[in-house]
Design a protein around this ligand. Structure first.
Ligand code: GTP
Length: 603
């Protein structure tokens, strides 16, 4: 395909506005998949994605489309649709010249619509506004049009109205892609320059890279070099996704496709790196923002004997997800493990679910926390601290208060969109979470958009759940990084029967420390089942106990119910109790349910 007949584009939308459904329709309409596969949502492939109905991992597919007697190659690059995955969205957008901005005709513009619009706008991409679900009885096309005019400066005539579900107006979308989105620029005769914008791990073949070709060409047998890592590889296969891998002779400038080159790990297939010909090194393409981990948690095997298995499962999954920050960790109670950094809590959840599902590894996740910074005095003289500013990934490692000159906590700028009936509730929620309101704007007659700055710590665990519950599910929410701010921080330690449990240590704002400590102690009291002895739960700041609860001893004697006799029944009951225990992790001599580590933070 000559360049003027190629289009590279993405669909961006708020969760559930119909991105995957539209993608399926586009694939069908161009014959890339048969209508027999209907409603399968071909681009959503992971089990987690099917279960949760959210796209986590971007997928690419090429479509061949006849328009006015000319054949076009349209490369559709899928993007994940959740707040946590901004980073992946911007990565995918770097391979595009245009996007379809999809908005639900009933729900209208939502927080992620705004965030995604700006990602595309800042990347100077052509934006095609599309309103989906116009078949719905509750559709409000005029109101939604007004929102799109007000917020994004679209003209009402350029907004396409479609029903992806019914296939209405979808052809118009393809036409707009051809007519409005510019073809990629590139020079087939220039030295090779290609962007790796995604990678995933295939069991027997190593890493598969998705690449956007800028200049030159690439084919099997050719040697390529990664500009940043300086490593050289021999290409084993190139091709396009149609919608699954279809090998081709060559990939040319402007095209989007995949390659295999015996890449064994993500360190080798770094997303954002540029491929070139080793004999003709090129300037790297402007890099992406590096992934920024916002939430850290310890990951440990349920049992130390499972460590090697978990390690190999983790290595494989990390090949598929280079946005996870990895550090080796060990804990007195849980043994050897890792401290992993995630883009957000959903990202963490999805990652751990995949670890358990795809690799059959059973893991325990410790209480998540955000990365704090501290400046300390005299640190240069202490070997373990390089420089005098530290980032604290593990709350246990917060230096003693007398060493600290300044604490800082990470902040985010949040966007909330909601019907105006809930203004009061939202404002009090913002205050309750130490938020600072920056802006309040009507986007139509009924809906209001808030911008507020929050400490990340206040929103990672359950903010969105609360927001939804105070607004009867009508509010949407999105956030972006907003740097660090000075804060007065305190370490809270949790003790069980006098023994400090590192995995439950938290850092809290001084003004909230008592409340947080009380809540954690109460939550643990609810979560830990009574055991054969009394359990005393305490929260301490420094040497001072600030909260305490007791769990009375019980004797859970499963055999009490069998009146002597039946041995098989006895065995069955014992087995059942053993299974019940598996979901627990013993710390000292106390069994703690594995969910307790995360639940302690919920309000
Ligand atoms: P993420 O993968 O989480 O980003 O969601 P998505 O944007 O891909 O949404 P998806 O395509 O999964 O659609 C969400 C829901 O809306 C599904 O139940 C679809 O059947 C429904 N839906 C999509 N398009 C239409 C439409 O045109 N009309 C109606 N009535 N429902 C639609």
């Amino acid at each position: 395909f000559p360049l003027e007949r190629v289009r590279n584009f993405s669909i961006i939308a708020h969760v559930d506005h119909g991105k995957s459904t539209l993608a399926d329709r586009l694939l069908e309409l161009t014959g890339t998949i048969s209508t027999a596969m209907k409603n399968e949502q071909v681009l959503d492939k992971l089990q987690v994605e099917r279960e949760r109905g959210i796209t986590v991992k971007a997928q690419t597919a090429s479509l061949i489309y006849d328009y006015n007697g000319t054949t076009y190659l349209l490369n559709l690059i899928d993007t994940p649709g959740h707040v946590d995955f901004h980073y992946e969205v911007s990565r995918s957008l770097a391979a595009c010249q245009g996007v379809i901005l999809l908005v639900d005709a009933n729900q209208g513009v939502q927080a992620q619509t705004v965030a995604n619009f700006y990602l595309a706008f800042e990347a100077e991409l052509t934006i095609i506004p599309v309103m989906n679900k116009i078949d719905l009885k509750v559709a409000r096309p005029d109101v939604v049009t007004k929102q799109m005019e007000n917020l994004f400066d679209f003209h009402r005539d350029e907004i396409l109205r479609i029903s992806a579900k019914k296939g209405l107006g979808v052809e118009e979308v393809l036409k707009a892609v051809v007519e409005k989105i510019p073809p990629p620029k590139g020079d087939v005769n220039a030295p090779l320059k290609a962007l790796i914008f995604d990678s995933c791990y295939e069991k027997y073949r190593g890493a598969m890279c998705s690449i956007a070709m800028r200049d030159g060409s690439i084919k099997k047998g050719q040697k390529v070099m990664c500009v940043h890592s300086k490593k050289t590889y021999e290409i084993q296969e190139v091709g396009i996704m149609y919608p699954n891998e279809v090998p081709t002779e060559v990939l040319l400038a402007g095209h989007v496709g995949y390659l295999y080159a015996n890449l064994k790990s993500t360190d080798e297939a770094q997303i954002g790196d540029t491929l070139c010909n080793p004999k003709h090194p090129v300037e790297p393409l402007p890099g992406f923002k590096p992934a920024k981990a916002m939430v850290f948690a310890g990951i440990f095997p349920m049992d130390q004997s499972e460590f090697p298995g978990l390690k190999s499962a983790l290595d494989k999954l990390l090949l598929n997800d280079s946005s996870v920050d990895v550090n080796v960790d060990s804990s007195a109670a849980l043994g050897q493990g890792w401290r992993l950094g995630f883009l957000g809590l959903l990202h963490m959840d999805v990652f751990c679910q995949r670890l358990e599902q795809e690799y059959d590894a059973s893991v325990i996740i410790t209480t998540p926390n955000v990365p704090y910074k501290v400046k300390i005095s005299g640190a240069k003289n202490i070997k373990q601290y390089h420089g005098d500013e530290l980032t604290i990934l593990n709350p246990c490692l917060l230096p003693e208060a007398n060493m600290v000159v300044q604490y800082q906590e990470p902040m985010v700028l949040a966007t909330i969109i909601s019907p105006d009936d809930y203004v009061g509730e939202i404002i009090s929620l913002i205050m309750d979470r130490r938020g600072e309101q920056k802006e309040q704007l009507y986007i139509d007659d009924k809906r209001i958009m808030f911008k507020a700055v929050f400490p990340l710590n206040e929103i990672i665990v359950d903010f969105f759940d609360h927001l939804k519950s105070v607004t009867s599910g009508y509010a949407s929410f999105d956030y972006e990084d907003n740097g660090y701010r000075e804060a007065n921080l305190i370490k809270i330690s949790i003790l069980l029967n006098g023994r400090e449990v590192d995995e439950l240590t938290q850092i809290a704002h001084a003004s909230r420390a008592r409340t947080v400590a009380k809540r954690m102690v109460n939550k643990l009291k609810e979560a830990i089942p009574p055991q054969l002895f009394e359990i005393v739960i305490q929260a301490k700041i420094g040497a001072k106990v600030i909260a305490r609860e007791n769990i009375k001893a019980t004797r859970k004697d499963v055999l009490a119910k069998c009146y002597g006799g039946d041995i098989t029944r006895k065995m069955k009951l014992l087995r059942r109790q053993a299974e019940g225990k598996k979901k627990m992790r013993r710390i000292g001599n106390i069994d703690i349910p594995k969910e307790a580590f995360i639940n302690v933070l919920k309000r």
